[in-house]
Design a protein around this ligand. Structure first.
Ligand code: CDP
Length: 230
């Protein structure tokens, strides 16, 4: 088989279904899935837990050197879950306390440099699906397949509300709407690697697609890249 191992970069706004797509696509291809946002969230959690103010340069350095991020495969969820200093924090990082502050942390240059370095190391052997905001533009500008996922704002609020409700987190639709709006604004307008569609990314609007439909659409694109001689 003329199979080629590739990198699949999936970027887009908050709560647009990137991680569902990335996880399912990786599983179907036998690839590794990495949620880059989980790293920014885990770092944010560390700053919160240790009362470190990331706007203070000394505290920033301290946090960045003390917080060790890794991923561990959970056979039950079939996902690489994020660990902070060896402890699984996959569920804790979805907390609204983290969501409220994470985009303020992720705009800092030293933070991004540290995370980008880690992501490149994780993806160096290819065979990976990674989702985030700057994967196709900055982390892997040579990724063989780049997707930019979009969905209507109301639909994004509905999905995040259902997701958090299922996890037993009580939060209002208004609070979710405000958080998504604020993070999108911050992510688009920051100076360091702002969120934008790479010129060679394929835009996928999944507002009216089921997870199975979006998976099928993207799987076909990936298959063609993986089997270039067909
Ligand atoms: O899943 P959700 O759409 O809520 O966001 P996430 O992927 O968990 O990312 C959380 C935050 O991390 C984003 O709002 C960005 O501020 C930041 N982020 C980033 O700057 N670059 C990435 N590659 C991934 C996330």
């Amino acid at each position: 088989m003329n199979e080629k191992k590739i990198i699949i970069a999936i970027d887009g706004f908050a709560s647009c279904g990137k991680s569902t797509l990335a996880r399912q696509l990786a599983e179907k291809l036998g690839y590794v899935y990495i949620d880059s946002g989980a790293i920014y969230r885990a770092l944010m959690l560390y700053f919160l837990k240790n009362n470190l103010d990331f706007n203070d340069p000394n505290a920033l350095q301290q946090g960045l050197s003390e917080a060790k991020i890794s991923f561990r495969f959970n056979p039950q969820t079939r996902t690489n879950e994020v660990c902070l200093n060896g402890r699984n924090v996959e569920s804790e990082i979805r907390d609204m306390r983290v969501s409220r502050k994470v985009s303020e942390l992720s705009k800092i240059k030293a933070v991004r440099q540290r995370v980008v370095e880690l992501l490149r190391e994780i993806g160096k052997d290819k065979g990976i699906v990674m989702d985030g905001r700057d994967i196709g533009t900055v982390v892997f500008p040579d990724a063989e397949l780049k997707l930019f996922v979009t969905a209507d704002f109301q639909e994004r609020i509905r999905r995040r509300y259902e997701e958090l409700k299922q996890k037993g987190v009580s939060v209002s639709r208004e609070e979710i709407a405000q958080n998504l709006r604020e993070r999108d604004e911050a992510d688009i307008h920051r100076k360091e690697s702002p969120l934008r569609k790479a010129p060679d990314a394929v835009e996928v609007d999944n507002t009216h697609l089921t997870p199975a439909q979006q998976l099928q659409l993207v799987y076909e694109m990936a298959w063609k890249k993986i089997h270039p001689l067909h």
